[in-house]
Design a protein around this ligand. Structure first.
Ligand SMILES: Cc1ncc(COP(=O)(O)O)c(C=O)c1O
Length: 373
């Protein structure tokens, strides 16, 4: 049986095995946090931020950030309508209200126009998402945040190493969260990182992240806290991945270019893009079918699956979930209806990508012929 051509998956080398084994064997007693400290320091340096706090997930990192802002019931936080549900869930965790804004059709990220229309007197923060490896268009978003006095929390879960106008994402707003869950560019199994330059957010997040423990009095608790910690063993794996990050990004970009050579410029297909102001890590190369293509997104996915090609739909518009509401967001609805993530796992070869691309072209050509017959 052929192996499945996967949408996502990591690259693990001997370095990751060595570091993790060392953490398992030696990372206890006085060495219990050695890899955690190194991973946090190296990650902060990589992003260009002052502080990094490792966490058990990006969801945890984003929750800690929102908790540190001391939002109160009724406060509103603007979230793009195309994202993973975690971006909105964390707003609910702190009893605030997520308000959904539409996304740009090319980058799938927060539309500054829709964002501005969504602002009310209750808005306190914005969470732009750098989705599928491509940064959000941050300058207009930062301008709006400045004008209305709003916090910016970047959800950079799938975009480690992406750049906006030459600056790494995660260092453009007040604080950011990253994910190292097993499908991401860098993995620690599950895991995440909070980064910030802001002393106050860092101090408060550190306190809350540690069950509210007073840093100066042993085992004394100052307030109700959270526990979203990363283990030393995971940090060892993360550090090894970080030391290989340029190689990992280069492979993602190569995969994208293989697709581009085969699929860009074809009628009726929009391949995910890289804006002139962006350096995308192309965590997932994606494709959106024009309405002119007589194929349903699910039909295409089913046919690809029958050829052992794994795909995902672009994220559903999250205002449609039963616990959320609001948003006139035609772009996020269109992207869900017509968009798929293509296989982009780090183990894929040029032959794999050629096979996927040829299969897509054959299926779409066949469908067009049947329709025009
Ligand atoms: C855009 C986005 N935000 C947040 C998350 C949450 O990350 P984690 O699974 O590490 O909590 C993800 C994970 O897929 C994501 O894609």
């Amino acid at each position: 049986m052929n192996n499945m051509i996967q949408t996502a998956g990591p690259s693990i080398s001997q370095k990751e095995i060595n570091y993790t084994l060392d953490a398992v064997k030696n990372g206890w007693y006085e060495n219990w946090s050695g890899y955690i400290t190194r991973f946090e320091e190296e990650f902060a340096r990589y992003i260009g931020a002052k502080y990094a706090i490792s966490t058990s997930s990006c969801t945890g990192a984003l929750h800690l950030i929102l908790a540190s802002l001391r939002l109160k019931k009724g406060d509103e936080v603007i979230v793009p309508n195309t994202t993973w549900v975690a971006t909105a869930n964390v707003v609910k965790y702190v009893n605030a209200e997520p308000v959904f804004a539409d996304v740009d059709k090319d980058t799938y990220t927060l539309s500054p126009e829709s964002l501005e229309k969504s602002i009310t007197k209750k808005t306190r923060a914005i969470i732009p998402v750098h989705l599928y490896g491509h940064p959000a268009d941050m300058d207009p978003i930062l301008e709006i945040a400045d004008e209305y006095g709003l916090y910016i929390i970047e959800d950079a879960a799938p975009s480690i190493g992406s750049e906006y106008k030459g600056k790494k994402v995660g260092n453009l707003g007040d604080a950011a969260g990253f994910s190292f869950q097993g499908a991401k560019l860098m993995v620690t199994g599950e895991g995440g990182m909070l980064v910030t330059d802001n002393d106050e957010i860092y101090e408060t997040a550190s306190l809350i992240a540690n069950q509210g423990r007073d840093p100066n009095i042993d085992f004394w608790i100052r307030e109700i806290g959270l526990k979203y910690k990363m283990s030393n063993i995971q940090a060892a794996l993360g550090l090894a991945q970080l030391e290989r990050i340029d190689e990992l990004i280069a492979k993602k970009r190569t995969i994208y270019n293989w697709y581009k050579n085969k699929l860009s410029g074809l009628d009726g297909i929009q391949l995910s893009t890289e804006k002139e102001w962006a350096r995308s890590i192309h965590w997932m190369t994606s494709l959106v079918l024009d309405d002119s293509i007589p194929v349903e997104r699910e039909e295409l996915r089913k046919k690809l699956l029958s050829e052992n090609i794994d795909t995902r739909p672009l994220f559903p518009p999250i205002n449609k979930f039963p616990m959320f509401k609001g948003c006139n967001c035609p772009n996020s609805e269109f992207l869900y209806k017509r968009g798929i993530n293509l296989p982009s796992a780090l183990n894929l070869t040029k032959d794999d990508i050629n096979f996927v691309s040829d299969t897509i072209v054959d299926l779409l050509e066949l469908a067009s012929k049947i329709l025009t017959h």
